[in-house]
Every structure is written in structure tokens, then in C-alpha cells.
Design a protein around this ligand. Structure first.
Ligand SMILES: C[S@@+](CC[C@H](N)C(=O)[O-])C[C@H]1O[C@@H](n2cnc3c(N)ncnc32)[C@H](O)[C@@H]1O
Length: 315
């Protein structure tokens, strides 16, 4: 089982590249402690398992569980499900998606936070193969009805309501709920058509592309940057005070893009012959997205306004 970070993926990627074989791709969303796949993998034969889970503690627990259960191959990541499906997985790549006991978001106005909702069905209809399935298991009757209604409204899936897979019922919570007589619902949503909706993936530069930067002359300002907000159609960038040294100024950048937030450092540093370079610090392996380029551009504009001369812009 391998652990991959955002920057380890290609944008978009393919199961063939990631696993070096053509086995069917199974995605588990929010695998928690890893109980499900530790058992289910025995029933599935040769498949490529990709598990996404945003909690670092859960990832560590699941990795231990998979090791103990002799799960031979697979990839786990902390990349959020929505981001991964939209930006990393190509069309018609998934054979199956498992969602076991998703966070319920019970209050009406929070329904848009539910993972299984109309928009997800539309997106998954593009990333699943024809006949590929989403398996949803939940103890939350309202969420279950919500998912059924949302799926029906898209007309992109056939729905089969059936008994949950035994492997989904192994967590201590699922056992407790069953002991308390709480019913656990399960439905399989089989793709019958693709949505025409536009899910434009985030444009991420590949590792071979030049890093965004600018070359400047003049003195690096000695005062720290004031909080600056830059808005584009697909991003919001917030530049915040960092620190200054005589030969360097570092700025904290918060970059918000659809389903994705990065906090990274942009800087300008003196390089000799009177020149300075503004660009991205490699700290944290940021993805080079339109928002990141805008952060470098924003810093460059601020340096220009502060009296530096821009010789070259490259972003
Ligand atoms: C209620 S728990 C269920 C865990 C596990 N599936 C089980 O049956 O025990 C929901 C899990 O989904 C994870 N999660 C929530 N949002 C997520 C997202 N956007 N991408 C991936 N995982 C997510 C949470 O961290 C949590 O571990």
C-alpha cells in the first residue's frame, strides 16, 4: 500500500500509470480506520484500490489495518474526494466507488456539504465507466432518502436497493447501531449515461513546466506586505505578512480554488548582478495552479508598486 500526496499525482492521472496495470479501479471515499477494504478486498480479486481520507490519524490506522490484513497493493491519499475525482481521475476511469457511513450533515442548510448529492452524481457519471457503480451504505435515513432523490433527479443512474456488504458493518459504530436495532441502508447506483455538465479540471502545471517567477531589479522593500486579497474567476488569493531580511522578503499566501485550499510561501530574493527573483518557495510541495501563479503575479505587482523594476514576468 502506497501513500501519495497531491504533488505525486498527474493532472489528470490514470489508473494505468498509477498502478502499471489495467485492472478495474475501485475508489473508497472516507475510509476511516480501513475496516471495509481490509475485508472487502478478499472478495474483489485483482482490482486497483484507491482510498481517500482527509483525516491523517485515520490514514495511519488504516495503513496498519491493511498491513495486518495483507492487502498487497493499493494507494491511499489525504487528497479530498471531490478534488481527486474532478481533477485527477479521467473520464470513464472508475469501475466502483464505495461510500460507507459518510458524515451526515444533518441540518437542512448543510445539505450542500453532503458528499453524495446531485453534483456528485453528475460528476461521477463522467468519471465512472458505463455500468460502473457507486455503493452507498448509511445509518442515516434522511441522508439515504436525500441520496436516492438526488440520484433519481439526474436520470443518469439505475438504482438497486439491497443489503449492505458485510464488510461495511464491521466498525464498532456499525456493530453498535445494529445491536441498537438502527437500520442500515445500502443502495447501488449504476451509471447508465454521462452528464453534459462542465466539470473543468483545475489546470495544474506538470513537474517539467517552468516555475512561475519574475526577475526584478532595484531594492527589495523593507516593509512587510499588508494583507492583500486578489480575486479571479476561479480563485481567491490572500497575501499576508511574512518576514523580511535585507536580501529576502517572504510572504504567506492562502490560495482558494474549487475544492482546494493551499497555504504556501511566495518570496523575492536577491540573486547578484542587481537582480532579484520573485517566485514560489518549494516548502510544502505546492501544486502550481492558476491561483498560485496569481500569488506570484500579485507579489510582483506589489514589488513594482514599491519601486522595483520588472525585467521579466514568467507565470
Ligand atoms: C463517519 S466517518 C466513516 C468512516 C468509515 N467509512 C467507516 O465506515 O467507519 C466519515 C469519514 O469520511 C472522511 N471524509 C469526510 N470528508 C471527506 C472528503 N471530502 N474526502 C475524503 N474523506 C472525507 C472523514 O474524515 C471520516 O473519516
Amino acid at each position: 500500500m502506497r501513500y501519495l500526496r497531491h504533488s505525486d499525482f498527474h493532472y489528470p492521472d490514470s489508473s494505468q500509470r498509477l498502478f502499471e496495470n489495467a485492472n478495474p479501479l475501485h475508489l473508497e471515499v472516507g475510509f476511516g480506520g480501513g475496516h471495509f477494504w481490509a475485508l472487502q478486498h478478499q472478495l474483489e480479486g485483482a482490482v486497483n484500490y484507491l482510498g481517500v481520507e482527509i483525516s491523517g490519524v485515520s490514514v495511519q490506522k488504516a495503513l496498519a489495518k491493511y498491513r495486518a490484513a495483507h492487502v498487497q497493493s493499493g494507494i491511499v491519499t489525504r487528497v479530498a474526494a471531490e478534488f481527486l475525482i474532478r481533477n485527477i481521475l479521467p473520464p470513464d476511469s472508475l469501475e466502483r466507488v464505495y461510500v460507507n457511513f459518510p458524515d451526515p450533515w444533518p441540518k437542512g442548510k448543510h445539505e450542500e456539504n453532503r458528499f453524495v448529492r446531485t453534483e456528485t452524481f453528475e460528476l461521477l457519471s463522467q468519471r465512472l465507466k458505463l455500468g460502473g457503480e457507486l455503493w452507498l451504505t448509511t445509518d442515516h435515513p434522511e441522508y439515504y432518502q436525500f441520496a436516492l432523490e438526488n440520484a433519481r433527479s439526474t436520470k443518469l443512474f439505475d438504482i438497486l436497493e439491497t443489503a449492505p456488504p458485510a464488510a461495511a458493518l464491521q466498525t464498532k459504530y456499525a456493530q453498535k447501531w445494529q445491536a441498537m436495532g438502527i437500520s442500515i441502508n445500502h443502495a447501488r447506483f449504476k451509471k447508465i449515461a454521462s452528464s453534459q455538465a462542465d466539470f473543468e479540471p483545475l489546470k495544474v502545471s506538470s513537474s517539467g513546466d517552468p516555475m512561475p517567477h519574475a526577475i526584478l531589479t532595484g531594492d527589495i522593500p523593507t516593509q512587510p506586505i499588508q494583507k492583500t486579497v486578489l480575486r479571479g474567476a476561479e480563485y481567491t488569493v490572500i497575501l499576508l505578512e511574512g518576514y523580511t531580511r535585507p536580501d529576502k522578503l517572504v510572504v504567506l499566501a492562502r490560495i482558494e480554488e474549487p475544492d482546494f485550499v493551499q497555504e504556501t510561501l511566495v518570496s523575492v530574493s536577491r540573486r547578484g548582478e542587481g537582480r532579484s527573483i520573485a517566485g514560489l518557495e518549494s516548502f510544502g510541495s505546492p501544486l502550481v495552479t492558476p491561483g498560485v501563479k496569481a500569488a506570484v503575479a500579485g507579489l510582483t505587482d506589489w514589488l513594482e508598486a514599491g519601486g522595483m523594476q520588472v525585467v521579466q514576468r514568467n507565470y
